[in-house]
Ligand binder design. Structure first.
Ligand code: NDP
Ligand code: MG
Length: 394
C-alpha cells in the first residue's frame, strides 16, 4: 500500500492528484490532506477519500473544521505546523506538495528530512532555496520528483543520466512555454484586467500560476527551478515559445542529440508519473494525436515585452537571496494585481524595484533561514512599492 499525503488537495493540482490516485486504484491510498480554507471542497474530499489526517492553514477555517470533521479523521494543528506534521507522518510514503507559494518551504523541508518520496508541484521553494533543498534531499536520501510538466519532461528526458552528472551530459535544455494569453497581443498590456489574465489558452490552473504564465514569470521561476533540480548551468537553459504545448520540454545532449517529451497538455499525466516513478501506469490523459496536431511551432521569447522573464534570469545570475526576493515580490505583486490594486504592467515594476534593493551572492552561501528572512523582507518592500504604485493608479 502506498500512502500519499496531498498538501493543497483542493487546488487544481490537488484535485487532479486525487483523480490520479483513484485511477491507480488498489494499493494507493490518500493518507492525509490539507488546504488553506476551502472547507466545502475539503469536506467533500474527506467524505470521499476518508483520509486519516487533515488540516487547514487558516485559523478560522480550522476551528470550523475541528468542530465538523467526521469521526475517525485526526485534525492536525492549523498553520505551517499542521502542514509540517502532515509532511512528516511516519506512515506517509509519498508527499505531494501542491500548495501555492513560499508557504510550501517548511513542509517540503520536513518531507525531505523524513526521507520521503516527494512529488513536487510547488515550485516557489525550489526557486527560493533549491540548491540547499537538493543538498538536503541527497543527505536524507529523499527523492524529489517534479510534477510541473516542463521539469517532469526534462526529468524524463534525463532518465539515462546518473543523477549528479546532468550538467556533464547536457549541452542545452529547451524549456517550452505556451506564451500565455497575451503573447500575440499587440500594443500595451497596461489595461489587461485580472479576468483576462486569468484565462490561460492551454492550461486550467490556480490563479497565481495563471497570472505568472501571462507575465512569463512562470517560465522564469521554472528556469530557476530546473537549474536547481538538475544542477545545471543557467546559461544552458533556453526558453522556447511553443504555442501547441505538445513538447513539454527537450534536452540536447553533448553529442547534439535532442530528446523531447510530448503528450497532450493534461497535468494528470505528470502528476501520476511523479507518484508512480520509476514505473508508468495507464493514465487518464488521452493519447496525443500527431495527425491532428500536424505541426509544432517554436519561437524565441520576447524578453523586453515580458520583463518578468529577464528579471528571473537576473535574480538567478545574482544568486544568494535574490531568487527568494524575486519570488516574494512576485507573490505580493500578483496578489495585488488579482485584487485590482495594481496594473498588469506594475508586476514587473514591483519585482524590479524590490530586486534593486537586493544584493546577490555568487558564492551561494545561502541558508534556509537566510532565504526565509529574505522572503519576509522582500514582501515588506514589495508591499510598500505596490502601495506607491496603487496611489498613482487613482
Ligand atoms: P491552486 O490555487 O489551484 O491551489 C492551491 C492549493 O493550495 C489549494 O488547495 C489551496 O487551498 C492550498 N493552499 C494555498 N495556500 C495554502 C496554505 N497557506 N496552506 C495550506 N494550503 C494552502 O494552485 P495550483 O494547484 O494551480 O498550483 C499549486 C502549485 O503547483 C503552485 O506552486 C504552482 O506553481 C504549481 N503548479 C501548478 C500547475 C497547474 O497546472 N495548476 C502546473 C505546475 C505547477 P484552498 O483551496 O483552501 O485555497
Ligand atoms: Mg509548467
Amino acid at each position: 500500500m502506498k500512502n500519499i499525503v496531498i498538501l493543497g488537495s483542493t487546488g487544481s493540482i490537488g484535485v487532479n492528484a486525487v483523480k490520479a490516485v483513484k485511477n491507480l486504484g488498489k494499493g494507493w491510498r490518500v493518507l492525509g490532506i490539507a488546504a488553506n480554507s476551502n472547507l466545502e471542497a475539503l469536506g467533500a474530499q474527506l467524505r470521499a477519500l476518508k483520509p486519516a489526517y487533515v488540516t487547514v492553514f487558516d485559523y478560522e477555517a480550522w476551528k470550523e473544521l475541528k468542530a465538523s470533521a467526521p469521526r475517525g479523521v485526526k485534525v492536525l494543528p492549523p498553520g505551517v505546523e499542521g502542514l509540517v506534521e502532515l509532511a512528516s507522518l511516519e506512515e506517509a510514503d509519498i508527499v505531494l506538495s501542491a500548495v501555492t507559494g513560499a508557504v510550501g518551504l517548511a513542509p517540503l523541508l520536513a518531507a525531505i528530512r523524513g526521507s520521503k518520496h516527494v512529488a513536487l508541484a510547488n515550485k516557489e521553494p525550489m526557486v527560493m532555496a533549491g540548491e540547499l533543498l537538493m543538498k538536503e534531499a541527497g543527505r536524507w536520501q529523499a527523492r524529489i520528483i517534479p510534477v510541473d510538466s516542463e521539469p517532469s519532461a526534462i526529468f524524463q528526458c534525463l532518465a539515462s543520466v546518473k543523477p549528479g552528472h546532468y550538467d556533464d551530459a547536457v549541452s542545452r535544455v529547451f524549456l517550452t512555454a505556451s506564451g500565455g494569453p497575451f503573447y500575440k497581443t499587440k500594443g500595451s498590456l497596461a489595461a489587461v484586467t485580472p479576468a483576462q489574465a486569468l484565462k490561460h489558452p492551454r492550461w486550467s490552473m490556480g490563479p497565481k500560476i495563471t497570472v505568472d504564465s501571462a507575465t512569463l514569470m512562470n517560465k522564469g521561476l521554472e528556469a530557476i527551478e530546473i537549474k536547481n533540480l538538475f544542477s545545471l548551468k543557467l546559461s544552458k537553459i533556453e526558453v522556447v515559445i511553443h504555442p501547441q504545448s505538445a513538447v513539454h520540454s527537450a534536452v540536447e545532449f553533448k553529442d547534439g542529440s535532442v530528446l523531447a517529451q510530448l503528450s497532450v497538455p493534461d497535468m494528470k499525466l505528470p502528476i501520476q508519473y511523479a507518484l508512480t516513478w520509476p514505473q508508468r501506469a495507464a493514465s487518464l490523459a488521452g493519447p496525443l494525436d500527431l495527425f491532428k496536431l500536424a505541426r509544432l511551432d517554436f519561437a524565441k521569447p520576447d524578453f523586453r515585452r515580458f520583463p518578468c522573464l529577464e528579471l528571473a534570469f537576473q535574480a538567478a545570475r545574482a544568486g544568494g537571496i535574490c531568487p527568494a526576493a524575486l519570488n516574494a515580490a512576485n507573490e505580493v505583486a500578483v496578489g495585488a494585481f488579482i485584487s485590482g490594486k495594481l496594473r498588469f504592467t506594475d508586476i514587473p515594476d514591483v519585482v524590479e524595484k524590490t530586486l534593486a534593493a537586493c544584493r546577490g551572492d555568487s558564492r551561494s552561501s545561502l541558508t534556509i533561514a537566510g532565504a526565509v528572512e529574505a522572503d519576509g523582507w522582500a514582501r515588506q518592500k514589495a508591499a510598500a512599492i505596490s502601495e506607491i504604485l496603487r496611489k498613482r493608479l487613482k
